[in-house]
Design a protein around this ligand. Structure first.
Ligand code: NDP
Ligand SMILES: O=C1O[C@H](COP(=O)(O)O)[C@@H](O)[C@H](O)[C@H]1O
Length: 594
């Protein structure tokens, strides 16, 4: 039995034909082949790379192999045995032990499966995708780490963090059981080509000779990324399908280390195989940002210095770095949150209209914003560190009380910064960022404060505080996802008293469906080869170029962070920074009526 596979620009088409057949003609993604005396025709039915299928439309008598007529005939069980170039398409001469045997296989290899992130986020996200029928049919999950574990032990570990979030009513335990049967474990060293070759062997046994697509998720400390990529690419990359690698943050500590990491990865991978994850880009309201702006006429015309007075990007957590102090102390809040999560949101918020929703068009626009940013000055930055605090009989330790944090550490757990985009749209508009651990609340939001209404007829009704009358658009990323707009209205009655109200889109009231976790969306995109929500290397370079000089200056000058009590609203320095630009933090203002 011989198979001919046509490699089209974005997908594969296959047709089972007699070895003596000759290819007759080609039209874009359609394959026509002739078997002596018979004709076989097929076309790709689904152009997305994750579903390589052939819709066979042919005369029944033309087929001497079990491929169904006018029905999706999956492409699998093929082994590459040569490539023939023809016209603009590429033809591969392939052989198959069983050409009718289904779709490609998909394996996700969780490198660092024994770790916190894998347990807490990745396995649960994969399970949610499984429940939503979003994973490819022939999927397998392989945990890989140094810890010794059996498949059963991995399954027990994973089962502890799976929840029946998606299908509460259906028999979730049964789904958990079925999901866990697809999970396996392979113990190995991160720098051992031999160990990855053993993994490859096991993967092949599962793949059964079919086309194999492999996604490596590097859920490990960054200092071992390159070791893994080197060994895995040499010994365990797919020979007949795609191989992609998801890389977790942090991508370096500064411009130099980030560039070294990128060039290290690129020794073994092409840029389009690398998926640098920033999980904030997978959050529902961050994705919705472009929809809000580009699909509503009322927002885009206001989206500039002409009407916007300032933009605030706020991240706060109501817990400290307990247990992660070792990692955190090496990075600090600027690298942990600002340089990536908040800056990515800023770029999406401020970019020009992209030519299309294509990943490259969007990333091109984001990178332009990042390159237009004014170098960050020390005087536009405030840093803080939480100290111990006792309240209501509960004592919270300070950052440096954590045993994993070096004594006297100056690492900031809070930072506020005023940034500027020196382009025509945003000239002079402060973009204020604030990120902190161990604060009074947990939230992430984008606040857009509009200018004052010129010559406002109602100014006497607001008293002297013009701030009270400012329109503010709030995009609350988490928790309780919402978009609300603060407007002024008249209090009903015979008098003329003004009030502030929210036009409020609260997601939990509007939609009964639970919002997917960011990792679900990002994993699904990586499986489908969609790069829109992943960071391209030039974006990463631009982000580091902005923050590296500041980080170096803070470290070289040994700037002491301002101490703030655990559970407080952060250092007062953040208020002075905002007021330098005539701004009040929206999350702390008395008019915050969310
Ligand atoms: N945890 C989180 O919430 C988040 C994590 N991240 C990033 O994701 C990645 C994984 O995070 P997380 O799971 O918390 O990390 P862990 O510290 O839990 O490490 C994951 C696994 O890597 C192995 N490992 C740990 N330290 C070393 C070391 N020094 N040398 C070799 N192997 C080591 C261990 O597996 P074994 O010993 O079995 O080999 C461990 O189980 C990191 O890059 C982190 O920065 C990003 C965002 C959030
Ligand atoms: O990347 C990180 O993000 C988490 C916060 O993520 P969230 O989705 O829970 O908001 C943060 O706690 C961690 O320090 C940081 O590394």
């Amino acid at each position: 039995m011989t198979l001919y596979a046509a490699r089209c620009p974005s997908s594969f088409a296959t047709a089972a034909v007699d070895p003596s057949s000759a290819l007759r003609s080609i039209r874009s993604s359609t394959l026509l082949a002739s078997v002596p005396g018979r004709v076989l025709a097929g076309g790709v039915s689904d152009s997305s790379a994750s579903h390589w299928k052939l819709r066979v439309a042919c005369k029944q008598e033309a087929i001497s192999v079990p491929v169904s007529v006018a029905k999706e005939a999956p492409f699998k069980n093929v082994e590459n045995s040569g490539v023939f170039a023809l016209s603009s398409l590429e033809y591969r001469h392939v052989t198959s032990p069983n050409p009718s045997d289904g779709e490609p296989t998909f394996s996700i290899i969780m490198v660092g499966a024994s770790g916190d992130l894998a347990k807490k986020k990745i396995f649960p996200a994969l399970f949610a995708l499984y429940c939503e029928h979003c994973l490819p049919k022939n999927f397998t999950i392989f945990g890989y780490a140094r810890s010794k574990m059996t498949d059963a032990e991995l399954r027990t570990m994973v089962s502890r963090t799976l929840t029946c979030r998606i299908d509460k009513r259906e028999n979730c335990n049964e789904k958990i059981e079925k999901f866990l049967k697809r999970c396996f474990y392979h113990s190995g060293q991160y720098d051992s080509e031999e160990n990855f070759a053993e993994l490859d062997k096991t993967l092949k046994e599962h793949e059964g000779g079919r086309v194999s697509n492999r996604l490596f998720y590097l859920s490990i400390p960054p200092n071992i990324f390159i070791n893994v990529v080197k060994s895995a690419s040499r010994s365990a990359s797919s020979k007949n399908g795609w191989t992609r690698v998801i890389v977790e943050k942090p991508f370096g500590r500064d411009s130099e280390s980030s560039a070294a990491l990128t060039s290290g990865l690129k020794q073994y991978l092409d840029e389009d195989q690398i998926f640098r994850i920033d999980h904030y880009l997978g959050k529902e309201l961050v994705e919705n940002l472009s929809v809000l702006r580009f699909s509503n006429l009322i927002f885009e015309p206001l989206w500039s210095r002409k009407y916007i007075r300032n933009v605030q990007l706020i991240f706060s957590e109501d817990f400290g770095t307990e247990g992660r102090g070792g990692y955190f102390d090496h990075y600090g809040i600027i690298r942990d949150i600002m340089q990536n999560h908040l800056l990515q949101i800023l770029a999406l918020f401020a970019m020009e209209t992209p030519a299309s929703l294509d990943a490259e068009d969007i990333r091109n626009e984001k990178v332009k914003v990042l390159r237009s940013m004014r170098p960050l000055q020390l005087e536009n930055v405030v840093i803080g560190q939480y100290k111990g605090h006792a309240k209501g009989g509960v004592t919270h330790l300070g950052y440096t009380d954590d045993k994993t944090v070096p004594e006297g550490s100056l690492t900031p757990t809070f930072a506020a910064a005023a940034l500027f985009i020196d382009n025509a749209r945003w000239d002079g508009v402060p973009f204020l960022m604030k990120a902190g651990k161990a604060l009074h609340t947990k939230r992430a939001e984008i606040r857009v404060q509009f200018r004052h209404v010129p010559g406002n007829l109602y100014k006497q009704n607001f008293g002297t505080d013009r701030e009270q009358a400012t329109n503010e658009l709030v995009i609350r990323v988490q928790p309780d996802e919402a978009i609300y707009l603060k407007i002024n209205n008249k209090v009903p009655g015979l008098g003329m008293r003004l009030d502030r109200s929210n036009l409020n889109l609260l997601y939990s009231s509007r939609y009964s469906k639970e919002i997917p976790d960011a990792y679900e969306r990002l994993l699904l995109d990586a499986i489908g080869g969609e790069r829109r929500l992943f960071i391209r290397s030039d974006e990463l370079d631009a982000a580091w170029n902005l923050f590296t000089p500041l980080l170096k200056e803070l470290e070289e000058k040994k700037i002491s962070p301002e101490l703030y009590p655990y559970g407080s609203r952060g250092p007062v320095g953040a208020h002075y920074l905002a007021s330098k630009y005539n701004v009040r933090w929206g999350d702390l203002s008395a008019s915050d009526i969310d």
